[in-house]
Design a binder for this molecule. Structure first.
Ligand SMILES: Nc1nc2c(ncn2[C@@H]2O[C@H](COP(=O)(O)OP(=O)(O)OP(=O)(O)O)[C@@H](O)[C@H]2O)c(=O)[nH]1
Ligand SMILES: [Mg+2]
Length: 287
């Protein structure tokens, strides 16, 4: 996979970025969402320059899909560098209460300033930012306890800005997902494609699937075997295998064959990527 494939930056993201910077002065806090499966690769390096030293909290979304052991490790690593990172599972609302407390903590100074100036009851305003499809709108909905923001399992669902009033004390600004113009490390682009932050059509499925299989063989061999080992053929498919062979193994395990009996790598790749994204292979962290 060549690096140039990831050098792109759609115009609507430039627009979104401008809108976010303009709204920066209206908010007390930035809630930065990252994907728990790729907590480093899903952090937009531009956020620092966009919002300077505005109060910020870090949320790791889709924790239900990530490897819990690695999530714990990342939370500790972030804590060591002074960042409170909170894993959430929007489906069960796990983590939401802790975020509420962190918002209160992060805004305590602001409330005190307001109080001294005689301003009472002004709500805290927070901007929710993150890469496409990371779960910003879903997060806001689970926070608000109602479906106020439009969500969908593809990048680019939210296009404009939308304020959502969570309570008398809190208002959240939903924003469109943005990326950054160039991925210095091509592996970052690959991880963003695997988790669904970049539209699939932009990438070659088979190549992506083989990279994934190689990673799974190295990091989660039991999950890989458990789901895709053709019955009674453990001896033929002894790890380590080349990525091409792993894809063939997936094809065979699901009887995906082309006319003539050759394994259908293309369909195997699509199936594998789909099963990864939906969590059916297991709880997997990709870095
Ligand atoms: N498993 C799981 N899925 C989630 C979670 N949060 C969000 N999703 C799913 O992720 C997909 C994207 O969610 P959205 O809330 O639309 O993401 P977004 O960040 O607003 O996306 P854009 O507006 O396109 O930038 C949806 O299919 C959600 O159901 C979570 O905690 N766990
Ligand atoms: Mg959205």
């Amino acid at each position: 996979m060549s690096e140039t494939q990831y050098q792109w930056y759609p115009g609507h993201m430039t627009k979104a970025r401008r809108m976010m910077q303009e709204n920066s002065k209206l908010v007390d806090l930035i809630i930065e969402l990252t994907d728990a499966r790729i907590p480093l690769s899903s952090r937009n390096p531009d956020i620092d320059t966009m919002f300077g030293n505005k109060a910020r909290i870090l949320v790791l979304t889709k924790a239900d899909l990530a490897d819990p052991v690695r999530t714990d490790r990342f939370v500790k690593q972030f804590a060591e560098s002074g960042i409170t990172a909170i894993p959430v599972d929007a489906r069960t609302r796990k983590g939401i209460d802790q975020i509420r407390r962190e918002i209160d903590k992060a805004c305590a100074a602001k409330r005190e300033r307001d109080r001294k100036r005689g301003i009472i009851g002004r709500p805290v305003r927070a901007m929710v930012v993150g890469i496409p499809n990371v779960g910003k709108s879903t997060f806001i909905n689970s926070f608000a306890g109602k479906a106020s923001a439009k969500t969908g399992n593809k990048p680019g669902v939210t296009r404009g800005k939308q304020w959502i009033r969570v309570s008398k004390e809190l208002e959240l600004l939903d924003t469109p997902g943005i990326l950054w113009p160039k991925f210095e490390d091509p592996a970052v682009g690959m991880r963003l494609a695997l988790t669904g932050a970049i539209r699939q059509e932009l990438l070659e499925e088979q190549e992506l699937a083989m990279r994934l299989l190689d990673y799974l063989q190295e990091n989660y061999p039991d999950l890989l075997r458990g789901r895709y080992m053709p019955e009674g053929e453990e001896e033929r498919w002894t790890f380590p295998l080349k990525p091409e062979m792993l894809l063939e193994m997936v094809a065979q395990s699901r009887n995906l064959v082309r006319a003539g009996g050759e394994p259908d790598q293309m369909r195997a790749a699509v199936l594998l990527l789909d099963e990864l994204r939906s969590g059916r292979i297991g709880r997997i962290t990709l870095e």
